[in-house]
Design a protein around this ligand. Structure first.
Ligand SMILES: [Zn+2]
Length: 125
């Protein structure tokens, strides 16, 4: 499970764990945010399994944002002596700054839910 998460966070293909999911690895280049390869360049897996496949990633994105907000809020509450207003401001700032990465990460989580690792299914180059 932990090993699988490593590849989710690295935005790798869920089937071979080598190919890149996204055309540009840096999600903070916002013009290319969410631009994915159609197929894995290592194993040939088609990433968008059906039209609208990645709509479900919005639920994952929402859950990740809520978890991040809760973690940030309670971390700042416990570890700092800031006022509640400053904690809210900083929590909102962290959420805004994390949004591009969470957007691509949620797609990675979503496809990892549906595709299993298969190290033997590699396309011959
Ligand atoms: Zn692959």
């Amino acid at each position: 499970m932990i090993k699988k998460l490593k590849y989710v966070f690295a935005l790798k293909c869920p089937k071979c764990r080598e190919g890149e999911l996204f055309v540009i690895r840096n999600p903070y280049l916002l013009k290319k945010l969410n631009v994915m390869h159609k197929n894995c360049n290592v194993c040939g897996l088609k990433y968008s399994r059906e039209p609208g496949f990645f709509f479900g990633a919005a639920y994952v994105s929402y859950a990740l944002q809520v978890l991040l907000a809760i973690a940030t809020y309670f971390s700042l509450s416990l570890l700092s002596k800031l006022s509640v207003n400053w904690i809210f401001v900083l929590t909102a700032l962290v959420m805004i700054l994390a949004t591009p990465y969470i957007t691509v990460l949620s797609r990675s989580f979503w496809i990892f839910f549906f595709v299993s690792y298969d190290p033997n299914n590699r396309r011959v180059k």
